[in-house]
Design a protein around this ligand. Structure first.
Ligand code: 6PG
Length: 247
């Protein structure tokens, strides 16, 4: 199913729209006792997290929300690169979410062992399909200028993983060790949002969304959810090579 594209005037309106979608999604699951979320790190989600932590904090029943990560850098949680650390500072420290609902990838641990442990934690905490894959309710993804998403990098063998929910990875430019959810787990998510901001991402966004040559096998292009279309939330700068209505 082709992706759904939503374009917003600027990064503030983009982040507000993602926050609104999150709130609506949690509310739509009001009859379910648990709402499972997998978050990306990097810089783009910060504004979204800050909006959730301030304007929206009391509009969400955090008691039922379980937070996971799509990936983590293999650093301690207090390291400036830590995705968990960034989420703690911008969101978790400001909301009333039970500690047991926060499922941190332990960046300080041995990557292979932590990937196996996190597989087990997902297995125990996230509802599954008949074929055994976990089904996260909501997932926030970003995209790198090389077309990576989570810590699934172009040409990596991690893209072929067909059994594990979580594997270790290595950033091809920096050599930084990573832990990442695998493509089948991402593609079994109920509702996936790509959040992309800034003109530096405009070329990769256009290449992926237009199915340009050399882009169709990039990790972000391989996100083809089994339950429906991925939604690409873009600001005007990231969408500068696309022609769509400004929302
Ligand atoms: C990470 C993210 C990664 C991110 C993209 C975009 O750990 O870095 O999960 O996949 O979403 O690299 O990052 P920016 O938002 O910083 O551009």
């Amino acid at each position: 199913m082709p992706p759904i594209i939503k374009i917003f005037e600027n990064s503030q309106k983009l982040a507000t729209a993602v926050a609104d979608d999150f709130i609506q999604s949690v509310r739509a699951a009001k009859n379910r006792h648990r709402f499972t979320v997998a978050l990306s790190g990097g810089t783009t989600p910060r504004l979204f997290f800050e909006i959730l932590a301030t304007a929206c904090a009391n509009r969400i029943d955090w008691q039922k929300v379980h937070i996971f990560w799509v990936d983590e850098r293999c650093v301690p949680p207090d390291h400036p690169d830590s995705n968990y650390g960034m989420t703690l500072t911008t969101l978790l420290s400001a909301i009333d979410i039970p500690e047991i609902n926060v499922h941190r990838m332990r960046g300080e641990a041995d990557p292979q062992k932590e990937a196996a442990r996190y597989h087990r934690e997902i297995e125990q905490s996230v509802r599954k399909t008949k074929n055994g894959w976990p089904v996260f309710d909501w997932m926030l993804l970003g995209v790198g200028e090389d077309g990576h998403t989570a810590s699934l990098f172009p040409g990596s063998t991690t893209l072929d993983e067909s059994e594990s929910f979580c594997v270790s990875a290595i950033h091809p430019q920096t050599g930084q060790k990573r832990i990442t959810l695998t493509l089948p787990v991402i593609n079994h998510t109920r509702h996936i949002i790509f959040m992309v901001s800034g003109e530096k991402k405009a070329a990769i966004v256009a290449g992926i969304l237009k199915g340009a040559a050399g882009h169709t096998h990039l990790p972000a292009a391989l996100v083809q959810p089994v339950h429906g279309a991925a939604e690409w939330y873009l600001d005007r700068a990231a969408a500068m090579f696309l022609r769509d209505e400004i929302v």
